[in-house]
Design a protein around this ligand. Structure first.
Ligand SMILES: [Zn+2]
Length: 91
């Protein structure tokens, strides 16, 4: 069983069929496009879709892709910056 996926005509990003705007570039998806994925592309598309669908809150002016990217970068930034608690533990 495969998840219905539509591919954005603008950027080529696979999107879950139930979204009406591209998760990557936020352009309207003008009707499902026939897309027969290769096995590798299908796995990659499903993994990407899983990642995007983990973003439960949609932020205005931000695509799910951008929100996911921001979350990841924020987490990475926190990991790179020592928190005060970690500073105190060192001293
Ligand atoms: Zn797109």
């Amino acid at each position: 069983m495969t998840t219905p996926i539509v591919v954005c005509a603008e950027c080529g990003t696979p999107n879950p069929a139930h979204v009406d705007r591209c998760c990557h570039c936020d352009r309207p998806l003008n009707g499902p496009l026939a897309w027969v994925p290769t096995a590798a592309a299908e796995v990659a598309g499903q993994a990407y879709t899983e990642l995007l669908m983990a973003v439960e809150r949609k932020f205005p002016g931000e695509s799910r892709h951008q929100t996911a990217l921001r979350y990841i970068r924020e987490a990475e930034q926190r990991a790179n910056d020592p928190t005060p608690a970690q500073c105190e533990a060192v001293t």
